[in-house]
Design a binder for this molecule. Structure first.
Ligand code: PLP
Length: 483
């Protein structure tokens, strides 16, 4: 365990030196006594070198894609080219203020307009907004668009949103907080939406369906055109959760599948180092009939100039301050331009190839409940190991930490017991895939030999296995100086 910075504090130690104040104090200008604090703030007192060593030590305990393999399914933790960081840090971007007069920010407006056009091309949609600050925020915005669309048509009773049982938790949550009733659709034996489960809901109460394709099992919903036709025929709309876009960029477009609203996670598919909750960007792109409802302001091109259009009486209004998470959007723009159409296609192809390579090798050791060609990710189950040796997905994940590898996503999707959801991404070379396979093989052997080593893992990490029951029952969430 590392010490807290407060524990390194020594009374009177300083990391700074200010020159003495050389302006005289002026009477009558001091703060009212009621605003003055009576005691000094309880801040740590350290020298500069203490502070630097403290934080550098902590930073070395971080794990990230820049250090090693990070097969976190659903999250697309790929290596992000550093050129995107450089471009997002250009002084011209860093110095911008969102309230500058329009004629002084033509460059960034052009970039925002251009990337919206590019994202429409990639997804097969008409227009969009860059405002949402995460995928879940895009979902929320999309649900607001559904609502506005139906209200405008006098179909306010359309309140039901269908969500498959393999869906990401944000989908039902977004539909619910937008005032919709969420109906869970069961998956069939192939891990796809069961078409007959759809039938009972195809009526005048249907608002729509939220899908990700490929789904969270990494499987492509082959019946998507049929699903779209049925939902549209019943008067509903289709929402596309684009978190898995890394599997199909340049190959298939959600618009061509029949979707009406798409969100993209720029921070997953289009290059931004993420994790730990941010930063994110979840633009949504929509079909023509939903354009009038998009958030304001819209960025428009008039001749050679760019401007902001606020004349949209049916707009749902703003969903974020200003233009969204600009730094992430710039990285995505740089990524798309440097990759080009062929590069994006190739990235998807390699993501799919890498996933299938791992899947074919690992299914010999771990159970693969849905044994098909996958897209960018696949889901194993440790259920057999649990039954035979008492080893759970959590134990496997913890043991991976000992071997210096970030674990895959576990216990999601919920329809697979003891799920291990693996997404290698396109940026991993064969060697790192093979190294992961070797470790997964070793862990399989360890499970058979003795369960202790796995139950006690991780042993090589700064923080060992946490007693989750105790942590839940007696959580210590605040540091107190003296015990
Ligand atoms: C990550 C993810 C989301 C949510 O996106 P955030 O950007 O984390 O809000 C939604 N659906 C799927 C399938 C995801 O993987």
């Amino acid at each position: 365990m590392s010490t807290l910075i407060f524990e390194e504090s020594r009374q009177g130690r300083k990391g700074y030196a200010y020159p003495a104040i050389d302006v005289p104090e002026k009477d009558g200008l001091s703060l009212d006594a009621q605003y003055l604090r009576e005691t000094d703030p309880d801040l740590p007192e350290l020298s500069e070198v203490n502070v630097i060593r403290h934080f550098v030590t902590l930073s070395r305990r971080n794990y990230g894609v820049d250090l090693g393999f990070y097969p976190l399914g659903s999250c697309t933790m790929k290596y992000n080219p550093k050129i995107n960081e450089d471009l997002a840090s250009l002084p011209g971007f860093l110095g911008l203020h969102p309230l500058q007069p329009i004629h002084t920010v033509q460059g960034i407006l052009r970039l925002l307009h251009d990337i919206t056009t590019l994202l429409c091309e990639i997804t097969g949609m008409k227009w969009g907004t860059l405002q949402p600050l995460a995928g879940a925020h895009g979902e929320f915005t999309g649900m607001k668009l559904f609502r506005a669309y139906f209200d405008k048509r006098g179909e306010s009773k359309r309140k039901r949103i269908l969500v498959p049982d393999s869906s990401h938790g944000t989908n039902p949550a977004s539909a619910h907080i937008s005032g919709f009733e969420v109906i869970e659709l069961p998956s069939n034996r192939e891990g796809m939406v069961a078409l007959d489960a759809l039938e009972p809901y195809l009526d005048e109460n249907l608002a729509g369906i939220m899908l990700t394709n490929p789904n969270t099992l990494g499987l492509f919903e082959k019946d998507i055109r049929i699903i779209a036709k049925k939902v549209h025929a019943a008067g509903g709309l289709l929402y596309y959760d684009g978190a898995n876009m890394n599997a199909i960029m340049g190959r298939v477009r959600p618009g061509d599948m029949g979707f009406d609203v798409v969100h993209l996670n720029l921070h997953k598919t289009f290059a931004t180092p993420h994790g730990g909750g941010g930063p994110g960007s979840g633009p949504i792109l929509v079909a023509e009939r939903l354009v009038p409802f998009l958030p304001l302001p819209d960025i428009v091109k008039k001749g050679d100039a760019y401007g902001l259009d606020v004349d949209r009486p049916d707009s749902i209004g703003r969903v974020a301050g200003f233009f969204g998470n600009i730094g992430v959007i710039i990285r995505a723009y740089a990524y798309i331009l440097t990759m080009g159409a062929d590069g994006l296609k190739r990235a998807s192809d390699l993501a799919v190839l890498n996933a299938n390579y791992l899947k074919e090798k690992l299914k010999k050791i771990y159970r693969l409940p849905f044994d098909q060609v996958c897209k960018h990710e696949f889901v194993l189950s440790a259920k057999d190991m649990k039954d035979r040796f008492g080893i759970t997905a959590l134990d496997i994940a913890k043991r991976l930490l000992d071997y210096g590898i970030h674990p895959p996503t576990i216990y999601f999707p919920m329809i697979v017991p003891e799920a291990l959801m693996i997404e290698p991404t396109e940026t991993e070379p064969r060697e790192s895939l093979d190294a992961f396979l070797e470790v997964m093989g070793k862990i399989g052997e360890e499970a058979e030999q003795s369960s202790d080593r796995l139950k006690e893992a991780p042993k090589n990490t700064p923080v060992r296995r946490i007693d989750e029951v105790l942590a839940a029952k007696q959580p210590v969430v605040r540091y107190k100086k003296d015990g």
